[in-house]
Ligand binder design. Sequence first.
Ligand code: HEM
Length: 486
Amino acid sequence: MESFVISTLLLFFLSVFFLFRRKKYSDKVPPGSLGLPLIGQSLGLLKAMKANKVEEWFQEGITKHGPIWKTGLFGYPTVVLHGPAANKFFYTCDGSVLRSTQPPSISRIVGSKNIIELVNNDHKRVRGALVSFLRLEVLKQYVAKVDEEIQYHLQMHWVGKHEVQVQTVIKSLTFNVICSLLFGIERGPKREKLLPPFQDMIEGILAIPINLPFTKFNRGIIARKKLVPMLIDLIREKREAIEEQKRVDPHKDLITSLLSIRDNDNLPMMSDEEIIDNIIAVMIAGYDTTSVLLTFLVKHLANNGSIYSAIAREQEEIAKNKAPEEALKWEDLTKMKYTWRVASEMLRINTPVILSFRRAVQDIEYGGYIIPKGWQVMVSGSMTHMDNSIFQNPTMFNPTRFEKNAPSPPPYSFVPFGAGPRMCPGMELAKMETLAMMHRLVTQFTWVLLDKDGPFKRIPMPEFDNGLLVRIMPIKATSMPSEAIM
Ligand code: HEM
């Protein structure tokens, strides 16, 4: 209760403060209306997200005011920006000008030292440590490990089943890949113990931040308290293994890598607190995003026999040159060019992370306007993805846009993974997981949607009604359908 009262008072004082600053800059801030104090136009945006109409919501603002406009969102006056130049400004601005932010309720669950909260040198240091494991040269050696998790997943959730709730089960796959690859936790009771607090944390992050007993937010805070001792034990075990064995591969898993990495004075690059908050951040950042991409692909392939068949032909060609049980290798993934073009087009048309936020650290001049210090700045990558001056017929699903000889989209117009110093460090892992899963799926199954259009809401990540229910049919080893998938 106490924290609810404090948050309400804080928001009240913030709105009085911003009201005062609005007066100071009233002739220089972008056009638009901040709406009601605190609420602004948050309800309209949330409604548009639920109806999957965020682009329409944006377009309405652009039509009324142009590509730079102001509104009130989630307790803050907000400047909304649109276009590749705006994306460039947003994604490449120094942290001392535009700062990455999360609502305080999120950092309470994820931890105050998580990468999204960090700026300048601290951000560079922690990001460098994460990327030293998540970079392609290191990940390449783990293709077989990811593939092994996928094959186990298919055995557990697909083989012998008639119906599958795709999004629901694929979330368990992304959780298991993270546990295996990033945390080095083998399948079994230890991994299973992590899942309930992790799920409560995710729900807490997405919930209204009211900390009362039995609210989802409260459960998220309690879940963090349960998870942290487990992570402390894990860190202790890994540290002991490094000390005892002396020659432990620093790239054995992400935690071992973060513990092994040293600065120029041979001191640990990250404190244990930073390691904890950032493994939680990576867990959360890599869970929903990749599962959403895979779910959209399954949905699209159910409705589009020719794209399914083209992917299946590419994957069969790869499978033909391997022994039946042989694991996928990095070289196999490099041959999945068409499959990745389809995934890229899916990322364009159904961008998993649709809104990105920053906060102005100082008064900023942009596009002839002032963005006052403390105001929020928001872009939507999806808006440039759907801009018909950049992508012709933007609503048409057309993977040939990403062919080698097709003209590349202008810089900062295709940004499903963001761009600049905060560009997604998990991109290569997401790509690896997506390609390996598509290989295993199309070489073993065909499927049809049981919910006609596979509707979904953004809350804020896309959530499919019924978890995207499909009927699946196994493919006999040698009989690949040549055209449609029934
Ligand atoms: C299809 C899958 C994914 C998509 C579409 C995606 C998208 C994004 C986007 C757009 C950002 C930048 C947000 C901003 O600048 O405001 C981001 C950041 C981030 N992503 Fe991903 N992501 C995906 C998968 C992953 C995975 C698998 C991991 C971890 C293994 C991950 C870890 C992170 C982290 C740690 C950040 C923060 C980076 C920083 O602040 O420097 N992501 N992601």
